[in-house]
Design a protein. Structure first.
Length: 418
């Protein structure tokens, strides 16, 4: 074989009473060779029968016609089933080979399996599903010579080298190699708030054990407010051990116009955050999170509030739901969360919250699922947080900001289908 050019051997087929057939490809061209008989195999001789910049794979011998090979090829632009006819003395006298397309499907073919009779089973993808079809293995197809190895090339073989194996034990340290997972930016212009903009990106290592998330945003209405309204958040997660942990630092500064409990105010917060979770088993885990930040609120000349806050939350999570592209279809999910926020400046509890969220999915048929959700949220204290239950993720038929409150219970039953 050509030195310095990698060869890849993927599959070996044994025809009924005939020579073994292997699949290989060599950059920059992909080829499918055939090993004609035991004597050639013993002499390490390999002869190719197709060539060109195509991907020829999954060769299958036909039991009713040992001289026919069916395989999957993308030489027509889409992977389809092709038929290659090999006369019995193919690699001895090198007669012309016959190559013809067997299928011409827009969505392509995945695999082919000749049956004992004059028929084939082919795997195709149509109507968003993989399907098995049986078809007669007739040979009345248009013939194409493009992609068939010339007689001279078929007669020429290259030796299969034998290497003496060496056993060695070597340990190399894992070196972190990071790559960009996603990047997102947004710029908007509002007639009231003016220009708004932000960006976020995620970076992780090759194994996904370490992840970093960066967020930048600004909501200033004038150039003089640029630094005052500068927002950023940096989060790092470490998933190398059973106990996963994360930490972060953040600064947020924004105007809040629609708080029904505190009115209109400007808040600036700067703090740190840490979190960890411990998996009890495959489906259950315990989560613990905490945040420490300084908050400054300005009610536009009415009053000023400063606080040093510490929040701690403990959660139990169960999730054995089975998902499809349209969403969960079976299993159940549960989250129970409780926590409080303490104000060091006033030496008192700032607020406390509790959450119960249970979701059950019953698959009635292949495409019909019954979903039931029970959700309870309770929040009280000095700085009350409002919670929204409208929108497509909560109470259907209401806008996301139309239904809100500090205490609510929601029961939801749905029949879901694609």
């Amino acid at each position: 074989m050509q030195e310095g050019v990698p060869d890849h051997h993927l599959r070996l087929g044994i025809p009924p009473g005939g020579p073994p057939l292997g699949q290989t490809f060599r950059k920059p061209q992909r080829r499918m060779p055939v090993v004609p008989d035991a004597s050639f195999l013993a002499d390490n001789q390999i002869h190719m029968v197709t060539s060109g910049p195509y991907q020829d794979q999954r060769p299958r011998w036909s039991s009713h016609d040992p001289a026919a090979i069916h395989f999957v090829s993308d030489r027509s632009g889409t992977p389809n089933i092709w038929r290659l006819t090999l006369p019995s003395d193919t690699l001895v006298n090198t007669p012309p080979l016959t190559l013809s397309p067997f299928t011409n499907l827009h969505t392509g073919a995945v695999d082919v399996l000749p049956l004992t009779g004059d028929s084939l089973i082919i795997t195709i993808f149509q109507e968003y599903s993989f399907q098995l079809h049986i078809t007669p293995a007739n040979t009345d197809h248009s013939r194409y010579q493009n992609g068939v190895t010339s007689p001279a090339a078929a007669a020429k073989s290259w030796p299969l080298p034998r290497y003496k194996g060496k056993t060695a034990v070597e340990s190399r340290p894992y070196r972190l190699k990071y790559s960009l997972d996603f990047a997102q930016t947004a710029v908007a212009q509002d007639p009231i708030f003016g220009w708004l903009g932000g960006a976020q990106l995620g970076v992780s290592d090759m194994l996904g054990d370490r992840y970093y998330h960066f967020l930048l945003a600004n909501t200033a209405q004038t150039s003089g407010e640029f630094l005052s309204y500068f927002n950023f958040a940096i989060t790092a997660a470490n998933l190398t051990r059973r106990v996963n942990h994360a930490w972060g630092i953040f600064r947020f500064a924004n105007d809040y116009y629609y708080d029904p409990y505190q009115g209109v105010y400007f808040e600036k917060s700067l703090g740190i955050r840490a979190a960890m979770n411990y998996p009890l088993n495959v489906f259950r885990r315990v989560e613990l999170s905490g945040s420490l930040w300084q908050s400054r609120k300005s009610f536009y000349g009415i009053k000023e509030e400063k606080a040093l806050l510490l929040s701690n939350y403990l959660s139990f999570v169960h999730d054995n739901s089975l998902w499809q592209p349209t969403g969960p279809v079976d299993g159940w999910r549960l989250r129970i969360t409780g926590g409080l926020t303490f104000d060091f400046a006033r030496s008192q509890i700032h607020n406390y919250s509790a959450l119960f969220d249970n979701r059950v999915y019953l698959r009635l048929t292949r495409s019909l699922t019954f979903a039931q959700r029970t959700m309870l949220w309770y929040n009280t204290g000095t700085d009350i947080r409002r919670f929204y239950i409208g929108g497509s993720w909560g109470l259907r038929g209401y806008r996301i900001t139309e239904v809100f409150g500090r205490k609510y219970i929601m029961l939801n039953q749905e029949l879901r289908f694609p």
